[in-house]
Design a binder for this molecule. Sequence first.
Ligand SMILES: *[C@@H]1O[C@H](CO)[C@@H](O)[C@H](O)[C@H]1NC(C)=O
Ligand SMILES: *[C@@H]1O[C@H](CO)[C@@H](O)[C@H](O)[C@H]1NC(C)=O
Ligand SMILES: *[C@@H]1O[C@H](CO)[C@@H](O)[C@H](O)[C@H]1NC(C)=O
Ligand SMILES: *[C@@H]1O[C@H](CO)[C@@H](O)[C@H](O)[C@H]1NC(C)=O
Length: 956
Amino acid sequence: MDTVMRLIPLLTLLLSIASFTLSLCNGNPNVPCRENERQTLLMFKKDLNDSSNLLSSWVAEGDCCTWTGVACDNLTGHVRELHLAGYYDEVAGEYHRLGGKVNPSLLNLKHLTYLDLSYNDFGGRQFPSFLGSLKGLRYLNLSYAEFDGTIPHQLGNLSSLRYLDLSYNFGSKVENLKWLSGLSLLKHLGMSYTDLTRASHWLRVNTLPSLLVELHLSGCELYHMPSGIANLTSLKVLDLSDNYFNSTIPTWLYSLNHLESLDLSLNAFHGEISSSLGNLTALVHLQLGSNQLEGEIPNSLGNLCKLTHFDLWSNNFRGRVSEIFESLSSCSFGQIDFLRLSDNNFSGHLFDQLGIFENLRTLDLSNNSISGIIPVSLGNLSLLEELVIDHNLFEDVVSEAHFTNLTRLVTFYANENSLTLKTSPDWVPPFQLSTLGLSSWRLDPSQLPAWLQSQKHLAFLNMSSTGISGTIPAWLWNISSVKNQKMIHSQIYVDLSRNQLSGEVPNIASTHWPKQQHLDFFTPIVVIDLGSNQFNGSLPLVSSAVTALDLSNSSFSGTLSHFFCDRSDVPKNLQILLLDNNLLTGEIPDCRLHWPNLTVVNLEDNNLTGKIPSSFWDLLSLQSLHLRNNNLSGELPMSLQNCSKLLFLDLGGNKFVGSIPIWFGQSLVVLLLRSNKFQGTIPHELCSLTKLQILDLAHNNLSGTIPRCFQNLSSMATKFSSEEAPSIEFFVVSISGSSTFRFSYSYIENAVFVAKGREVKYNTVLRLVTSLDLSRNMLFGEIPEELTNLINLQTLNLSDNLLTGRIPSKIGDMGVLESLDLSVNQLSGEISPSISNLTFLNHLNLSYNNLIGQIPKSTQLQSFDLSSYASNKLCGPPLEERCSPNEPMPPVGDEKHREGHLLEDGGFYLSLGLGFAFGFWVVLGSLLSNVPWSNAFSQFQNRIVQKFYAAIVERY
Ligand SMILES: *[C@@H]1O[C@H](CO)[C@@H](O)[C@H](O)[C@H]1NC(C)=O
Ligand SMILES: *[C@@H]1O[C@H](CO)[C@@H](O)[C@H](O)[C@H]1NC(C)=O
Ligand SMILES: *[C@@H]1O[C@H](CO)[C@@H](O)[C@H](O)[C@H]1NC(C)=O
Ligand SMILES: *[C@@H]1O[C@H](CO)[C@@H](O)[C@H](O)[C@H]1NC(C)=O
């Protein structure tokens, strides 16, 4: 995902240079080019790979000064400039990039001053070091060219260079930067995404060319602020983003008073912004996003009269948002066009005169605590394209008036506020949105707004939890169209979940949706989330473009056969399919499942019947399958082993028969076969599932003994950190939104199983949970001592079997056990004293066994309900039964009063007949009221309570 994020600016740039490259090409044709230089260019071309015919005009005949990308001196005919940047042709949807090798014949171009090879693909070749001999170069651009390796120090010989850009050759590095001192005339230096770790000390001394006006050192793996920059007093552009700086912002930065653009984003700067910020009066762009900066924004912000782009996203800034608007309005409001304050702690209300910021194109206030109304003057911001205010405390009504002049609005993302949208039924909005997020708003009227129909480019629509009712009109799928959209929007997201929508859902398809992959890194994505509504009727048919579909928690009925088998010749893109908790019936259809990407399938809580057909397991990408709580039956087909990527398998609550399969894939983390009719023994093959964290075989007809090899279940036997725990979040897609924020859609795995005596649904913490449940079977024999090697097990349930023998003596080794149930077996002997080491235990059931002797003492063991020990021959607290007199016993109190006694040494003890479960306040109450000396001690009550408590804890 990181790479995609980084490629987005690349693409934007590619788009913007597309036209540029073609226009700047030809020199004056009157003086033809030199023959030897023409031959040189042809030789240079020969080594290049020009699959997109960028150099088609470079042919054997003719004046080379007229060739694409070549510019000659109009007096001498010498080749002076080569403009050979690659570009993306938006219309054709194609890249034009040169590849291959850079031939050293270029050295023959003695008059070359300008060489641009950016945005090409030299496939990880080393930087050509011979370029260091092109002494006349004033401009050299090798950025985004897929060069690799060490930047050649020979470049330091190019003493005439004014412009050097080596940025965005990912993986490139430098050994030192000494050579930079040779470039004394350099004004522009770009080394972003060059690894400068080995050279960072060179940036702290005066190696940087002192005339630098523009310096780009983004993503250079720098840890310490390069103080060498402090002397670059001519700097206008400084980009230090995406490094590891973790200091405060150094004071000297505020003295670089020619700075027009400063980018410190994506670092770990902390501390407050100095009021000296106001000295940087030339600033136009200021980017401080994604740091740990805090405090309020100094009022001197008001001195930055040229500021147009102000970005503070993701810091810990606080203060009233109205003050920032007031500062900005003092002189720069005429210009400010980008303002992003998202993901901070800003509070207060919006500035009433919001409408005076008439150049605003982007306003992002999301994830703050801004409250109050949205001023109607918002409607004056006629250039506004993006308005992002989600996750705030805005309240009251937003009406048509708020949008009066917002003719350019493309993004309106306002989820999670207490706002109500009130529009008349015939409203025609002035805008054409591509993104609309109103999740958790109230809509008035409370239905899908008719005006949506006017939005022809909507790609992202979120109206979840808005309380809307009614049906889904067929036109909904047509508005979500990518026709004429820029490629960034080749993605559709419709979320109408958690509403009261009803009726049948029209087939989910649009002729405008993307069908195939046009681009390397923007796979078309379609996410449809209609979960938790009241839909009925049969399942809609779904376009093959749909990537994730959630129709869960409704009342869909009928069979799956149409849905699964319609057009089974067309490959489907679906990755996530959630149909759980509906009224679906019939069998899982047996047809060709041409769904190569299907990763998550949830069909639980329906009424599906019959066997799982063999063909179902052709879903080779399947990682998560939930079929829980249906009426499925038969044996599990052998073909299940095809799904070797399965991580989660929940077949619980069905009528499956036969033996437990032995061919689960090694990736399995959660296996839930609970409440079926599996029989036979527990196969030893299960022990090879070393990633298994949750194994639930409860409520079956399994017999035989508990395999000793369970100790090999490494995830239960070894502690792992949360970093090592498996991911349970399926990021099917990452969806790019507007320029200021991105969507992503993911499915978080969940599992229901019994822990601590009740059914619990785990989702986000599931990755850290471990559980072994074999209860309600017919397992016999002893509990293998080896089981106590599962020291990372949190829940162990062996209840309701035919187990005999003793509780394993080393049970206390299972130090993280929180829930232990061995009830309803035939266990005998004394309870292993090591059980008192289980300090995390908060659920224990040993009832209905033949255990004898005294219950061991620990803080936990005496605090459980009596029923934990019922129907054994146990004695000692918390039970009333006294242990036999040969065991050392504390004295016993009077039966009638059941009171405690004050011992001579000042300590307390309790009648042992009293269960601790009655609670100690009850006991203490009776103690204090039954003994006459209680009043005398009343002023010391608190101290007594403390002592009393201490005595109990100590004793038991
Ligand atoms: C040559 O080109 C330069 C720069 O483009 C221009 O200023 C000059 O007028 C041109 N001279 C002739 C003779 O065309
Ligand atoms: C900045 O320049 C001054 C004067 O040339 C010099 O004394 C000082 O060492 C330089 N600072 C750094 C950090 O290079
Ligand atoms: C900054 O990072 C360095 C290197 O990782 C570390 O040693 C130092 O403790 C960090 N300082 C702060 C203030 O976080
Ligand atoms: C900012 O300007 C004020 C007033 O001119 C000056 O006193 C202060 O030193 C300057 N701050 C910096 C960091 O240059």
